[in-house]
Design a protein around this ligand. Structure first.
Ligand code: PLP
Length: 391
């Protein structure tokens, strides 16, 4: 599919899909098995059990053969009824899309706006919940890591705000670009539905998505009246009890998931998170050195899985990305929605090491020069100095 021959491996540094490790590719490259046969049941049961560790939950994790958008819909459709009020936070493009979906599904979202330069406004969430004396708001929906801005919301603080307001709403969290990259604790933070996707921190190709489900969410699903069929947890969980699925699962992606979870657990989740924190800090140092701002303006909300970089007024981020792709065979993320052409995004999540980061930043620095954008050279060195000093 390459438009022109290019030597060397393509640098896929968009914030997902991420680079799939060879070990995961090898795992996928096994014969597809009978998804109703005994071997599948054994694999399925072990995998459904094992995957919970990544979400830090003791509860069930539902796996769909779908992209993350499907798991968004599943979270809403299983827990809510048409006309329900939900509280959503406009942290960026993905929060916007989830909000649009909620509206199409006939929910009534209350929308807390931000300037797309920080995470969810926890004080505003608490205030809205305190105002809602009749407990009409049935769910609070937050995108943990806003992939369009590189801002990560504080889910622990959201939980505390909900508790402080004494509000019984469900907490639904999108971790599509944070799970397996940024510390996340479904049970400890009292999250009711965690939405995740395969193609980012889980290091798989696109095609799987997830709902981790709390007991409270399961209970809500018993009375939730939103029409649902493909997304319905009930037949899923019934089949999952013996390791099977109610319809044909994405068998080879499940082989891949099994290996990817092993890899994350072998490295140790805390080490994985520390690796991404360190790469994110090194990236920000390069960006600062070049003389640019990150889209995230609140240091407490910096994402460890991607960095969105604002170019000076009058310079095109899309032209820069095109130059970098053309000259150096590297893909960077584009600006989404109102950030189109204003920012470019560097993905540093998934299967990623120091030299890949140095190569990525090197490509950006060479691209800046080639595109004629004024910058202070030496950002890559600043990143390398940080990496050396923080092994
Ligand atoms: N939520 C977030 C935070 C995302 O980053 C994405 C995709 O990048 C989505 C939702 C949508 O997921 P998908 O494109 O897999 O349907």
């Amino acid at each position: 599919f390459q438009s022109k021959p290019a030597a060397g491996r393509h640098f896929l540094q968009i914030p997902g899909p991420t680079n799939v490790p060879d070990r995961v590719l090898r795992a996928m490259d096994n014969p597809t098995m009978d998804h109703r046969g005994p071997d599948f049941g054994r694999m399925g049961k072990a995998l459904l059990d094992k995957v919970r560790a990544v979400f830090k939950t003791e509860g069930p994790v539902v796996i769909y053969p779908a992209s993350g958008t499907g798991a968004w819909e599943a979270a809403l459709a299983n827990t809510l009824s048409p006309g329900d009020r939900v509280l959503m936070c406009e942290t960026g493009w993905f929060a916007h899309l989830w909000h649009e979906m909620a509206t199409r599904l006939q929910l009534q979202p209350d929308y807390i706006r931000t300037d797309w330069r920080r995470g969810a406004d926890v004080a505003a969430i608490e205030a809205k919940l305190r105002e809602d004396k009749g407990h009409e708001i049935k769910a609070v929906c937050v995108v943990h890591n806003e992939t369009s801005t590189g801002c990560a919301s504080r889910i622990d603080e959201v939980r505390r705000a909900m508790d402080a307001a004494g509000h019984p709403a469900l907490l639904l969290v999108d971790t599509i670009s944070s799970l397996g990259s940024i510390d996340y604790r479904h049970d400890e933070w009292g999250v009711d539905v965690t939405v995740a996707g395969s193609q980012k921190g889980l290091m798989l190709p696109p095609g799987l998505s997830f709902n981790a489900v709390s007991e409270k969410a399961l209970k809500a699903s018993e009375t939730a009246r939103m029409p649902r069929s493909f997304w319905d947890w009930k037949p899923m969980l019934a089949a999952n009890a013996t390791g099977y699925f109610p319809y044909t699962p994405a068998t080879n992606l499940l082989y891949a998931l099994d290996t990817a979870v092993d890899m994350l657990l072998e490295e140790g989740l805390d080490n994985v998170f520390a690796r991404h924190d360190r790469h994110a800090e090194a990236t920000r140092r390069a960006v600062r050195h070049w003389g640019f701002e990150t889209q995230c303006a609140d240091p407490r909300h910096h994402s460890s899985s991607l960095t969105a970089v604002r170019l000076p007024e009058g310079h095109s981020a899309n032209a820069l990305r095109a130059t970098i792709l053309e000259k150096f065979n590297m893909s960077l993320g584009n600006g989404l929605g109102q950030l189109n052409d204003r920012v470019f995004r560097i993905g540093h999540l998934g299967d990623f090491g120091d030299l890949q980061l140095v190569g990525t930043l090197g490509g950006v620095e060479m691209g800046l020069k080639a595109a004629g954008i004024p910058f202070q050279p030496g950002g890559v060195l600043a990143a390398m100095d940080y990496l050396n000093g923080n092994a």
